[in-house]
Design a protein around this ligand. Structure first.
Ligand code: ATP
Ligand code: MG
Length: 156
């Protein structure tokens, strides 16, 4: 299944969706998070990272560009490229090392890294929906499609 739509009525529901997404990824892959300022990208990332088993804080990496997490055998990296001035900065950061096939990478504002950022398995676009949020998940390739299928089964 190449795309799926999910809804989260409030912040706790968003965290639950994040945990479900974490589960289907098994802790490896690349997810781009799209949506306006305040859409809920960091909230969903928090749900995903907590869903992997992280019990501490999940801060927005707006100023640090990336926040690393080691959760058992899973290595997760949460990027926020809002303040990236030039995609080339990612080369200086050693971006390829973060995007090792065994890691899970979550990227807010991926368009700021266009041309340098490795490809995503899944694009998630978050938009307001009443008082809550609508999530449109678009798979980019087989891995993302498998995740969407697994999430669709759960949603029904
Ligand atoms: N499903 C939801 N329903 C209602 N409110 C939500 C939902 N998810 C998140 N929020 C609220 O949206 C606000 C902004 O969330 P968040 O910081 O995650 O946005 P963001 O997309 O990461 O923004 P930025 O682009 O600035 O990084 C928070 O106050 C959060 O509680
Ligand atoms: Mg954010």
């Amino acid at each position: 299944m190449s795309e799926i739509e999910l809804f989260a009525a409030d912040e706790p529901a968003m965290l639950v969706l994040g945990a479900k997404i974490a589960e289907v990824t098994g802790g490896a892959g690349v997810i781009y998070l799209h949506g306006d300022l305040g859409a809920g990208k960091t909230t969903l990332s928090r749900g995903i990272i907590r869903g992997l088993g992280h019990t501490g804080a999940v801060k927005s990496p707006t100023f640090t560009l990336v926040e690393p997490y080691e959760i058992g055998s899973v290595r997760a990296f949460h990027f926020d490229l809002y303040r990236l001035v030039d995609p080339e900065e990612l080369e200086f950061m050693g971006i390829r090392d973060y995007f090792d096939a065994d890691n899970l990478c979550l990227v807010e504002w991926p368009q700021r890294g266009a041309g340098v950022l490795p490809k995503a398995d899944l694009d998630i676009t978050i938009t307001p929906h009443g008082a809550g949020r609508r999530l449109h998940l678009q798979a980019q390739g087989e891995r993302g499609a498998a995740w969407c299928s697994a999430l669709a089964v759960e949603a029904n």
